[in-house]
Design a binder for this molecule. Structure first.
Ligand code: G3H
Length: 556
């Protein structure tokens, strides 16, 4: 293991360095600025505006990065901290605080003007930015995200927050108008839903969580927030920022296992809005616990199994580089990752060979190293699961096309290009959420269409080709199957102003900077018959500033 400065100039770094015994560093080989000396622990939580010490049990947080405890010892996932393992009672205290702060819609926060709420969110953004380095470092250590991607996640989140503020001002301006229709004069504003429960995923523990948390808050909802199962420690530096930026009870944070904490919250019936990124099975189980599920508004980002379709006339260089990036960015741990590559048989072998070469050129290493793109995996048991998918594919006739594909070193799993994949193999259907590139050869477009139609999931897909007629036809046939079709490019959520959603078991609701503001609010209309008396009454309310809701004030 070489220090950071040397790794970027080592042209040979990718040649199976991951298989070497010194792939994982000794503690003293870690560049000083990236050492997490003494670990980082969270021993308090934020409830009702108080940072409360936690005196109960804790969960150990281990990094996917392995270190040797002593010379000659096997590298083990290093202990980097601990987080509170809260119980249902504590979670209910957090919910009670959110319910009280909402005050049935008459609490201070939902009563604030848009301008006041924006001020609080801006204060939070300023404080959050001051913790950039700490958050990036914790993303590297806890989920193994490369420094480059962790920095991108932080900056994208900060941009998302400022774009949300801008979009809310636009929305507010539009909502300040009155309309007269069918003899009725009316004004429609977007008002909060109530108490929101926000839960994020481990692969984007900051970004995806905040793309629901911030819109929920800024629209006037109060929130209980539970961080993802990994990627929890980065919330530590932000707890104080939440406390100082928002009035008591507006945001409450709980830690622990979902089964201990979330069940009681749902069963209480006090959650009005459920924002969840995870599996569709988990989401359904939690929604069903609510005593009045019809009252629970939900926005869900769920499973996906996005395919790439490579047509016979595709630009192969482009298709290969986009498919490798789409399948292996953050080791394939993106809900938008390309999980199955369907390639026309006329170029399938050439495609597989070029993908294998491209994978060989990727650099594996520790998250802080320059030029690294493949890193160890944070989920315990993940390498075993991935290996079982590879074994199943091999047992059914697939081969591993790239050198070292599917080999394991501790928590590191080297990407495997699997070919030819057939319908009976597990990896054809299961969302691997990891560094496997399964390639299917197809003869007829009908096979591709059948695959997409029969899939349980419908988030996105990619089509690679150059013939306008063929591409146009496929777009039409597949447009009602997914939320986004990417032409000659990998699947992705960004830019964040575009709608992000899915069909079937992939999502409920649509998120984007502007859509999220709509998701976390309800349009509420004040209307009256357009008689002279009523118009005078409305004018007096507005001119005399007798209402916070019925007002023509707006923000520039
Ligand atoms: O894991 C799902 C993320 O929202 C994907 O975002 O496509 O921009 O990486 P991304």
């Amino acid at each position: 293991m070489k220090p950071e400065t040397e790794s970027s100039v080592d042209g040979n770094k990718s040649s199976k360095n991951w298989a070497k015994p010194d792939f994982f560093p000794n503690a003293e080989n870690i560049p000083e600025k990236f050492r997490l000396e003494g670990g980082v622990s969270i021993n308090q939580t934020l409830i009702a505006g108080e940072l409360r010490e936690w005196h109960g049990p804790f969960a150990e947080v281990r990094s996917p990065v392995c270190l040797r405890a002593a010379k000659g010892a096997e590298p083990e996932p290093v202990l980097i901290g601990k987080t509170p393992l809260m119980d249902g009672d504590t979670a209910l205290q957090a919910l009670d605080a959110a319910v009280a702060a909402y005050g049935q819609g008459s609490g201070a926060w939902p009563s604030f003007s848009v301008a006041q709420r924006i001020e609080h969110v801006e204060q939070f953004l300023t404080e959050m930015r001051s913790h950039r380095e700490a958050v990036v470092e914790l993303l590297m250590w806890e989920i193994g995200k490369t420094r480059k991607d962790a920095s991108k996640e932080f900056d994208r989140t900060a941009d998302y927050i400022s774009d949300t503020i801008h979009e809310l001002k636009v929305l507010d301006r539009r909502s300040s108008r009155f309309e007269t229709v069918g003899g009725v004069v009316a004004q429609t504003r977007r008002l909060p839903v109530g108490v929101a429960l926000c839960m994020g995923p481990y692969n984007y523990p900051l970004n995806e969580t905040f793309t629901t948390l911030i819109p929920a808050l800024i629209m006037g909802n109060t929130v209980v927030f539970k961080p993802a199962k990994y990627g929890v420690l980065l919330i530590g530096p932000l707890l104080k920022a939440f406390q100082t930026s928002f009035p008591p009870g507006v945001i409450n944070v709980i830690f622990g296992r979902g089964r201990d904490t979330i069940g009681p919250l749902m069963k209480s019936g006090d959650v009005d809005m459920f924002a969840f990124i995870g599996t569709h099975k988990g989401a359904s189980a939690l929604k069903q616990m609510h005593p009045k599920p019809h009252r629970l508004k939900a926005v869900l980002g769920l499973d996906a199994n996005n395919p790439a379709i490579v047509l016979p006339d595709a630009d192969l260089d482009l298709a290969v580089s986009e498919c490798v990036a789409g399948a292996l960015s953050f080791n394939g741990q993106r809900c938008t990752a390309l999980k199955l590559l369907l390639v026309h048989e006329s170029l399938a072998e050439e495609f597989v060979s070029r993908v294998s070469t491209a994978v060989n050129d990727l650099v594996a290493g520790m998250p802080w190293e320059t030029d690294v793109s493949l890193t160890p995996l944070p989920e315990p048991g993940k390498v075993t699961y991935l290996r079982s998918l590879v074994d199943n594919a091999e047992a059914n006739g697939a081969t591993i096309a790239n050198e070292g594909g599917g080999q394991v070193n501790g928590t590191y799993f080297h990407p495997a290009v699997l070919y030819p994949i057939t319908t009976e193999m597990r990896v054809y259907r299961e969302e691997q959420f990891g560094p496997l590139i399964p390639v299917v050869a197809f003869r007829d477009e009908a096979e591709v269409i059948r695959h997409v139609r029969d899939s349980e999931f419908g988030q996105q897909l990619s089509i690679f080709g150059t013939d306008p007629e063929a591409m146009g036809g496929l777009i039409d046939v597949l447009a009602n199957q997914v939320g986004r079709i990417n032409l000659n490019g990998q699947c992705q959520r960004g830019p964040d102003t575009l709608p992000f959603n899915g069909r079937k078991d992939s999502a409920e609701g649509t998120l984007s900077v502007s859509d999220a503001l709509r998701v976390f609010s309800i349009r509420t209309t004040v209307a009256t018959k357009s008689s002279e008396r009523n118009r005078d009454l409305v004018t007096s309310i507005v001119r005399g500033r007798h209402s916070r809701t019925l007002t023509t004030d707006y923000l520039f």
